[in-house]
Design a protein around this ligand. Sequence first.
Ligand SMILES: Cc1ncc(COP(=O)(O)O)c(C=O)c1O
Length: 397
Amino acid sequence: MTLQQQQTLDEQFLMPTFARKPACLVEGEGMRVRDDAGREYLDFLAGIGCISLGHCHPKLVAAIQDQAARLIHVGNYYYIEQRGEVAAMLSNMLGGEGDWKTFFTNSGAESNECAMKLARLWSKRKSHGGNIIVTLNGSFHGRTMETLAATAQPVKQELFYPMPEGFVHVPINDVEALRGVFEAHPNKVAAVMLEVIQGESGVHPCTEEFLRAADELAHANGALLICDEVQTGIYRTGKPYAFQHYGIKADIVAMAKGIAGGFPMGACAARASVADVFEPGVHGSTFGGSNLAVAAAHATLHALADEGVADNVVEVGAYLRERLSALPHVVEVRGLGLMLAAEVDATVAAPDVVSAALDAGLLLNATGPTTLRFLPPLVCTKADVDELVEKLESLLS
Ligand SMILES: Cc1ncc(COP(=O)(O)O)c(C=O)c1O
């Protein structure tokens, strides 16, 4: 089938929620994917940050093939191999005092749903029973109604009003505004939920001062700190989780994207003292933590650790930052590790750069009119960065 035929079918039978780029991608290996005409693209988007090990890593492929041939899904009413092992690996990665307990989901939004339900139940059972979740302007927490209400972006919400209640939004990095919420709503806040680096709105990091204040204010007021690490988690910033760069105490951590190397999976992890307010029947999922998803996560997390990916992210991330900063029209580079954005001046339209990049054999993303975002596989090398920069240089000039 030609690309044009695919486009016709898409237009007729798929809901028009995405403005797709004109390429039909059919296979991939490492940093590269190929389209149906055999054209190769260097991938600096990685399925929006999911392809942590690169495309079709042999260990991930083997684990999925082997598991698919044995047992794909039986549900959560039974024990299965590797589910507990993967949860134990996550607990280890999350570290700190005591164990963490995990609920497996299928997406980032579901991980955040679990996080918010858990925080409200914890507040009811163990604290003052407050139900407000405080989130930050410009955040992105998902597309379900509840995660959309948490997503403090009116343009995304207003088409679907009314939003679920119980959310208060404050500007990012505004300590006084956050303090003001606790003063205005004494004993009513269940949790502060934040992305340590806001991804979808253009890679905007929280300051260390704000993160520390969020930690202190939440805990001093009988509330929890939820870190939405759906995009920043699983080594994307050079540590297992971005909150670990700042020594703050997260109580609940939501993750997804890179956890199973591109296989759809998410997880909500919480400190055992928080997680234990759940009991059978209060939360659930049909597919979450299926045999196939768990096998994919098991292979991915082992390979990420065995192949020293965290060190690679730090080294190649610093190199990418340096090279992007020197490009023409780039006025600022933001982010950490291999989650970076390059802000271009107003003479350049970032979406046009993305379209031209596709023609030049490069998969890129623009989060706004002047923001290019880079989320390559975590196995990206300096040579890949050189190739990216060479192409970008000619596109920008
Ligand atoms: C920080 C954050 N939270 C939640 C989500 C939603 O994840 P999903 O699309 O898997 O539901 C995203 C997706 O980009 C995200 O970046």
